[in-house]
Design a protein around this ligand. Structure first.
Ligand code: PLP
Length: 411
């Protein structure tokens, strides 16, 4: 056994690539389970929902369903997947701006737990579609709060935004809306993604409770559901510390005790994507060329940003290692580039690694969320990489490698 080899679950990276080829995505399902258990341990009483957009692979979603997660969806396609998996409609919430009439109709017909309404007009549209179907639609109001408790880059409230109804407009929107076919069931507040500061998450929860109580007062009846989003982050960049989820749990417990001492506590939902799946995933690819250019070293790998866009999209390096040189000293500064004919196709820049050689295996970690599905697989007409799951003694394909023929099938 090569002690310098990265292991993913019980498998060495080399063994996985011999079986499944490169480039590939691999996900450690036990890691996903650990994350779900961690959330349940520290946020007791919260229903844990999986945000499908983070990784909609059917087998990953099915694994999370088997762990008794609900689902936060953002499209008709994601609703279709939930139906395919047999997810109970009352465990699905549908968020996102610009839902089409077709998508709203699909959601109302399915009788999902809540459509998270993002604007006054969307509320009217839901009412009209439900009336036409002679049905009642369950609705949560998503609110853009007047101020946000975050300086996270992916902040979604407290500023002009395409998300949610303005907090200051809640009264007038609800006073003027016809809601004969709407069952107002709760509040949705999604503050930010990728938060690593526990105090900030607790403050976001406290704010959500405050707005929830305001919404109940406006509605004049108990709502019953508070979907507080979550935004729990994972560290991507060197030096970032993991979120202290125990501190989040403690803080939230005391907010709950205070806020709901005299009022009935609603059902609480935390909807998480990256916190559940990001760290389970690795994009594994092989070095095909190593070159010097004006004093800098470039390791060129199979695939590239069309298969794993996130480092380019976000503008930072994911944790990047040479899977077959784990114990070796990082004496080189390397730029890891892909095969695309654009200079922006860099999977990692100026990263400290052992000197790379042709046939080395580069592993880009924390690739389980917003990896495969957020990329642009058909660019350069490379077959899409396979996705592989590992769990205990098992490693198996959860998506086959694409083929040349498949690339052009729909044209
Ligand atoms: C409304 C909503 N919920 C949940 C998520 C999932 O975010 P994350 O993967 O950071 O948990 C997002 C991400 O954009 C979102 O917009």
């Amino acid at each position: 056994m090569n002690d310098n080899m990265l292991h993913i679950g019980g498998f060495s990276a080399e063994e996985l690539t011999q079986r499944f080829g490169t480039p590939m995505y691999v996900y450690d399902f036990e890691r996903i389970r650990t994350q779900v258990e961690k959330v349940r341990k520290h946020l007791p009483g919260f229903a844990v929902y999986y945000s499908l957009k983070a990784n909609p692979n059917k087998h990953i979603a099915g694994f999370l369903k088997d762990l008794d997660c609900g689902f936060e969806i953002a499209s008709g396609g994601e609703l279709y997947l939930c139906r395919l998996l047999g997810v109970a409609p009352e465990r699905i919430v549908f968020a996102g701006p610009g839902k089409s009439t077709e998508e709203l109709t699909f959601a109302i017909r399915e009788g999902i737990q809540a459509i998270n309404v993002e604007s006054a007009l969307e509320l009217e549209r839901v009412e009209a579609i439900a009336a036409q179907l002679s049905m009642t639609a369950n609705v949560q109001i998503r609110v853009n709060t007047t101020s946000g408790v975050s300086d996270a880059p992916e902040m979604m409230v407290g500023r002009p935004s395409k998300f949610g109804i303005e907090e200051d407009d809640l009264e007038s929107v609800l006073a003027h809306a016809s809601m004969k076919h709407i069952n107002l069931v709760g509040l949705h507040l999604y503050t930010a993604s990728g938060v690593l500061d526990s105090e900030e998450i607790v403050a976001n929860f406290e704010r959500a409770c405050e707005v929830y109580q305001r919404l109940e007062d406006i509605a004049g009846h108990p709502l019953g559901l508070l979907d507080f989003g979550g935004g729990l982050g994972v560290p991507y960049v060197q030096g970032e510390k993991p979120l202290d989820i125990a501190a989040v749990g403690q803080g939230i417990q005391s907010v709950r005790a205070e806020r709901f001492a005299k009022r009935e506590e609603p059902v609480l939902i935390v909807e998480l994507g990256r916190y559940l799946v990001a760290e389970s995933g690795t994009y594994l690819t092989r070095v095909v060329d190593v070159k010097q250019s004006r004093g800098q070293t470039f390791a060129i790998v199979e695939g590239g940003m069309h298969q794993f866009l996130r480092p380019v999209f976000m503008g930072y390096n994911h944790p990047t290692v040479i899977a077959n040189r784990m114990g070796e000293a990082a004496t080189a500064i390397i730029n890891v580039g892909g095969q695309l004919c654009t200079p922006i196709d860099m999977l990692a820049n100026d990263v400290s690694l052992p000197p790379a050689q042709v046939d080395d295996l580069i592993a880009i970690q924390n690739a389980g969320a917003y990896g495969y599905s957020m990329s642009m697989m058909e660019f350069l007409s490379h077959p899409s990489p396979p996705e592989v799951a590992v769990q205990g003694e098992r490693a198996w394909l959860i998506r086959q490698r694409g083929t040349y023929a498949q690339l052009f099938d729909y044209e």
